[in-house]
Design a protein around this ligand. Structure first.
Ligand code: G3P
Ligand code: CA
Length: 234
């Protein structure tokens, strides 16, 4: 089962910062998940639409400037990174799952991924673009059909994973609250990988693994990796 560092190693360091990315790499994760927004002509890495929860600043991303955003402390002296800085930090050492949150323009992300593929040692299968907004995923798929996309869902639809198959997605990213055996089996029957968020509890991790889930997003990747290793030894 793959271990995704959710917002980086977000228990060990402030979420979605370069420190959280570096710690996740040190822990030996399979993948790192981050959240991104457009601001001016930049793509920046943070979860919320507002900066209050994770920084010492105030305001909505759509109302503030990139210059102001870069002055903010995101915890432990970290600043909000750009997507390019995260890409430079990872540089092909693991998969990067870019969750599209406040994305109003897909072109800057296309340009960044194209450049990262040429300059930073990533292979195409190390990028996974995901979103709750399936229209934006479709737009990426139309521009770059060979890129992997992951359809995020917090519900259990009547037709299970059909929405992801329609998008020609690589994976479905399911909320643990709405994950069940039928959903997992249906996704697998449609040749989709199944990744579940957010799983910090080891008993839940074991249950999901028994269901055949292919990966989990966790805030505690070091604990998850140690747990899976000790299980495979016994
Ligand atoms: O991508 C999986 C998960 O991160 C989605 O929820 O709110 O943590 O971005 P959230
Ligand atoms: Ca996310």
């Amino acid at each position: 089962m793959l271990i995704f560092a959710h917002r980086g190693a977000s228990k060990a360091a402030p979420e979605n910062t370069l420190l959280a990315i570096r710690k996740a790499l040190e822990m030996g994760v399979d993948a790192i998940e981050i959240d991104v927004h457009n601001i001016e002509d930049q793509v920046v890495v943070l979860h919320d639409r507002h900066v209050e929860r994770t920084t010492n600043g105030k305001g909505r991303i759509q109302d503030i400037s990139f210059a102001y955003l870069r002055t903010l402390d995101a915890g432990q002296g970290q600043r909000i990174p750009t997507l390019w800085e995260v890409m430079q930090c990872i540089a092909g050492k693991c998969t990067l799952n870019i969750e599209l949150k406040g994305i109003t323009d897909i072109e800057p992300i296309i340009a960044l991924v194209d450049t990262a593929l040429l300059e930073l040692g990533f292979s195409i299968d190390q990028f996974l673009l995901s979103s709750f907004d399936h229209h934006i995923l479709l737009a990426f798929k139309q521009r770059r059909p060979q890129w992997r996309i992951g359809a995020v869902s917090a519900s259990c639809p009547l037709k299970y994973a059909q929405f992801a198959q329609q998008l020609n997605a690589y994976s479905v990213h399911l909320d643990i609250h709405t994950t069940n055996q039928k959903f997992v089996d249906d996704a697998h029957a449609r040749q989709l990988q199944v990744y579940v968020y957010t799983v910090d509890d080891l008993a839940e991790m074991d249950e999901l693994q028994a269901m055949g889930v292919d990966g989990v997003f966790t805030n505690v990747p070091d604990i998850a990796i140690n747990h899976l290793r000790s299980k495979s030894r016994s």
